[in-house]
Design a protein around this ligand. Structure first.
Ligand SMILES: Cc1cc2nc3c(=O)[nH]c(=O)nc-3n(C[C@H](O)[C@H](O)[C@H](O)COP(=O)(O)O)c2cc1C
Length: 228
């Protein structure tokens, strides 16, 4: 029993928030489980980013594996659009959602640093003992959000290996879906850019397709939404 803290983070924004929870609650951050958890938790705090207005596939697959009675769900997003991911996540878990939040952060593809004041999440800590289930409102997502989202990202973002690569293998080891090979992504790459973020030599970089650049110029959405 007790509290479990689970996080998927590509480029580190979601992880920074998970680390804040870890510090406040004096627990450690675990990766999202890839099979059904044997031991049940009293409460699971689950953090993940929005990808193409959807749940990243590996989050979608993992959520039903989390064995907990109550959940706090936190979705980070790059201030473009968060789709309806919290409600979608709430339908995949087995347990009560007692609190949730949409948190605006820097966008992975704009190489922005942390922009969110984690102190604003304080009201969530007051809900930790709650047993009251909440209803997560439904939000409209772009009608094209489900149109080949992974392919759109693969075409929109090009990962480049530079001469600085020492073939240390860290990117292969840390890729969440095992799609980096000798510093090159394969066709399954989800463009989370963890490889770029963790490369000790800064040997990996990325280039955005002009269409992606144009899309990212959109006026940013700054809504921080708490559901308590
Ligand atoms: C593949 C991909 C798709 C994304 N799609 C969206 C999106 O639809 N809307 C949005 O606001 N931000 C989007 N973002 C930005 C991330 O949601 C945001 O930067 C998030 O904080 C990244 O978390 P991380 O650093 O923990 O991976 C996307 C980022 C990636 C890598």
């Amino acid at each position: 029993m007790g509290i479990g803290l689970y996080c998927f983070s590509g480029s580190g924004h979601t992880r920074a928030i998970a680390d804040y929870f870890a510090g406040q609650l004096n627990i450690s951050v675990s990766p999202l489980p890839d099979k059904k958890m044997e031991e049940a938790k009293e409460l699971a705090i689950v953090l993940f980013p929005v990808y193409s207005q959807n749940l990243p596939d590996l989050v979608r697959v993992s959520l039903p594996h989390i064995n907990a009675k109550r959940f706090i769900l936190i979705a980070t997003y790059g201030r473009m659009s968060f789709g309806n991911v919290l409600q979608e996540a709430s339908l995949l878990i087995h347990g009560k959602v007692i609190a949730a939040a949409y948190v605006p952060t820097g966008h992975t593809y704009l190489s922005e640093g942390p922009l969110f004041d984690v102190g604003r999440l304080q009201p969530l800590f007051e809900k930790i003992d709650s047993t009251q289930e909440i209803a997560i409102p439904s939000y409209q997502k772009n009608p094209f959000a489900n149109f080949l989202p992974s392919l759109r990202n693969r075409l929109g973002v090009h990962i480049i290996q530079t001469a600085k690569c020492t073939k240390c293998g860290l990117c292969t080891q840390k890729c969440p879906i095992s799609s980096m090979h000798d510093g090159h992504p394969d066709n399954h790459c989800i463009r989370c850019l963890r490889c770029v973020a963790i490369c000790p030599q800064k040997a990996l970089t990325f280039q955005l397709h002009p269409f992606m650049k144009w899309y990212l110029r959109k006026t940013k959405e700054e809504r921080f939404l708490l559901f308590l």
